[in-house]
Design a protein around this ligand. Structure first.
Ligand code: FUB
Ligand code: ZN
Length: 649
């Protein structure tokens, strides 16, 4: 099955029963990941490991822990006792099914397709006649599951029960499956459930928002794929009633982002995953409805996160307690929570902010999180996960839910499933288009086929990014001699702005310039919203070469970040570096002082950790170089001490 975004409309090519797709959407259209093929040494292997290892392993974990059986029991397909700790365990099969559907779109796999159909059969069986689907309650399992239903009734504990959160993940998975296969079996389950929810939650019905946001994002996707505005209206309804005490409802407070109306919120608070899912969904509403209040609110919330609450690695959610944001500038290193799911949520939000505003600053944050605080969540073998992602470790403290290293699974297994669905979709973040402009946001070797208003263009990208900053783009337009604009993102890290705020800054400015050549000739270029514009009448085989200076940079944090006073961190290109004890047996990682005199030499090591550029820190007085590795691969050789922020004075 092929699919295509064209002028804001998702078109299913070859689907027998194509649904009406909607036409109102973001001003900028992402190029779907099915049109983008990575062949680089960083992402392509990770995508393949995700497809071949992580997805099957996660399905196996979900089976072994009774998550599939819970659906079978609810559907009367087997007898037995409901298993698991949480009412949201249903979401793990949903999320992995979403990842598997994305994988199917890239590579046909009849076995996986059949497995998904079997699984969807269990979901359908577990669904009650009126569309309700939540195995905990159907299986009367409230005595064994946390945060269940005091009255053992539907919707009687929306603050904690996750019924609506589960539904959101189901919708996202069902849309992915429909797009992958053209089959409606999963989508129909989702729509029956969504119809029940739309009929139940509205001005004349229940006026209660979900305790954990997520359904809003799923409903928007259902709207996109069906064109039925009811789903969009219900998504907005859930956000409009948050923070408002309707019918005497007692507000749940900041932890649930329910302390004031969402359009009045201006500081990121509470549970970080919930918050970022909400902010992403608010951005959908800002874009699709053109709602100014929503847009102003997400702009303020974004500003708060980026200037006060973002880790250098792009992680969010400083506190283990409540898996939550801390106060402004509260960014401890060893105790940082930075849940992997929160990083995924931030990337998804940042992508939407770009699609709304068209400014590269959002992709700068997206890229920082993607290459550092998010992908660190999964091991290179694709079978082990971090749930929290600290920026320092003594190698002993069990920060990762009872372990000082990655684990194959967790009692609360939100992160592994989320990683499987996210990694499969990464190529969809790389390109976008608007009218006669084509945006290149992430530099990854490979190919992309991009539909613009009047024509289609194939781009061939050659680069060794993130290990070096030279990028060559060859254009093969369908129609030659047509004028359109290629917008190449100039990453903030390449022009002395590591992030779009004063939270982090380079210790010294670098005078190296970004250089651009068209068909081998150096050209001057206009920069607009952080993109180098190349507007011309394009011919087949035209090339654009971009050279992004990739020296090693020392970074300092805002003085108000207590944890990093007197410390510096190292970054090269988009990658944040760390010291890990494995490479530096004679060094006390936490005490090591990086002097200004230290020389920082880059050494590409194809034999180390899947192929990485290490930094050799040649410090006067030390006989051996101290070695820094990209943060995203730390702890792939067992638990051991690690630090991102190094003592500098
Ligand atoms: O509550 C559902 C998921 O489990 C959250 O998103 C994660 O933070 C974890 O608590
Ligand atoms: Zn998680």
């Amino acid at each position: 099955m092929k699919s295509l975004w064209f002028c804001g409309v998702f078109i299913m090519l070859g689907a027998n029963e194509a649904l009406m797709a909607q036409t109102k959407d973001y001003p900028i259209t992402p190029v779907p990941f099915t049109q983008v093929h990575f062949s680089d040494s960083f992402w392509a292997p990770r995508l393949e490991v995700n497809r071949a290892v992580s997805i099957p392993a996660a399905f196996e974990q979900a089976e072994q822990t009774g998550r599939m059986d819970n659906f079978k029991i609810a559907g009367g397909l087997m007898e037995g006792q409901h298993q698991g700790l949480f009412g949201f365990d249903d979401t793990d099969p949903y999320k992995i099914a979403e990842g598997a559907s994305y994988a199917l779109m890239v590579k046909p796999d009849p076995k996986l397709d059949a497995y998904l159909d079997e699984l969807i059969g269990y979901f359908a069986a577990a669904q009650e006649d009126d569309g309700y689907l939540y195995t905990t309650l159907t299986n009367q399992a409230c005595d064994i599951v946390k945060w269940c239903h005091p009255e053992k009734e539907r919707w009687d504990n929306l603050q904690h029960s996750h019924e609506l959160y589960n539904a959101g993940h189901m919708y996202e998975a069902a849309v992915a499956h429909y797009q992958a296969t053209g089959e409606r079996n999963f989508l129909d389950v989702a729509l029956r459930n969504a119809d029940l929810i739309c009929a139940t939650f509205n001005e004349d019905g229940l006026n209660i928002p979900p305790g954990h946001e997520e359904i809003e994002l799923g409903l928007v996707k259902l709207y996109r794929v069906t064109g039925d505005e009811k789903y969009l209206r219900t998504a907005k309804f859930f956000m409009d009633i948050r923070g408002r005490s309707i019918n005497g409802r007692e507000l749940w407070g900041a932890y649930n982002q329910d302390h004031k109306p969402v359009t009045e919120q201006d500081e990121a608070v509470g549970h970080a995953v919930r918050a970022a899912y909400l902010y992403a969904a608010m951005t959908d509403i800002a874009a699709i409805y053109g709602d100014k209040d929503y847009r102003d609110a997400v702009d303020k919330l974004w500003q708060n996160v980026v200037s006060r609450k973002l880790y250098l690695t792009g992680g969010i959610g400083a506190r283990h307690e409540g898996e939550s944001f801390g106060e402004n500038y509260e960014l401890p290193n060893a105790t940082a929570y930075n849940e992997t799911c929160a990083a995924i949520a931030l990337v998804n939000w940042a992508h939407r902010m770009f699609l709304l505003h068209g400014d590269s600053q959002y992709i700068d944050v997206l890229e920082r999180t993607l290459y550092n605080g998010l992908i660190v969540g999964v091991s290179l073998d694709g079978k082990h996960y971090f749930y929290p992602n600290p920026l320092a470790s003594d190698g002993k403290w069990d920060f990762n839910k009872g372990s000082a290293e990655r684990q194959p699974w967790f009692g609360c297994a939100c992160c592994p499933g989320n990683v499987t669905r996210f990694v499969a979709s990464v190529p969809g973040l790389a390109y976008a288009s608007k009218d006669d402009s084509l945006y290149v946001n992430l530099y990854v070797a490979g190919e992309a086929e991009i539909a613009m208003t009047d024509q289609a263009v194939k781009l061939d990208v050659e680069t060794n990014y993130p290990w070096d900053g030279q990028v060559k783009v060859t254009a093969e337009p369908e129609k030659v001699d047509q004028t359109w604009t290629l917008r190449l993102r100039l990453p903030g890290w390449a022009w002395n702005r590591p992030i779009p705020s004063d939270l982090y800054r380079y210790a010294q400015t670098d005078e190296s310039q970004v250089a651009l050549c068209v068909n081998g000739e150096s050209v001057t270029f206009r920069v607009e919203q952080g993109y180098a514009r190349v507007t011309r009448a394009w011919q087949a085989g035209d090339t654009v070469e971009l050279n992004l200076p990739m020296s090693v940079r020392r970074i300092m944090a805002h003085d108000k970040v207590e944890a990093n006073q007197g410390r510096v961190a190292l970054q090269r290109g988009p990658l944040v570096y760390c010291l890990e004890a494995k490479d530096n047996l004679d060094v006390d990682i936490d005490e090591f002082k990086l002097t200004n005199q230290a020389e920082l030499a880059v050494d590409y090591r194809p034999d180390v950790l899947g192929g990485i550029a290490v930094l050799n820190i040649n410090q006067p007085g030390l006989s051996e170089p101290v070695i820094a590795i990209p943060y995203n691969v730390w702890c792939n050789r067992g638990a051991n001490p690690m630090a991102v922020w190094l003592v500098s004075r």
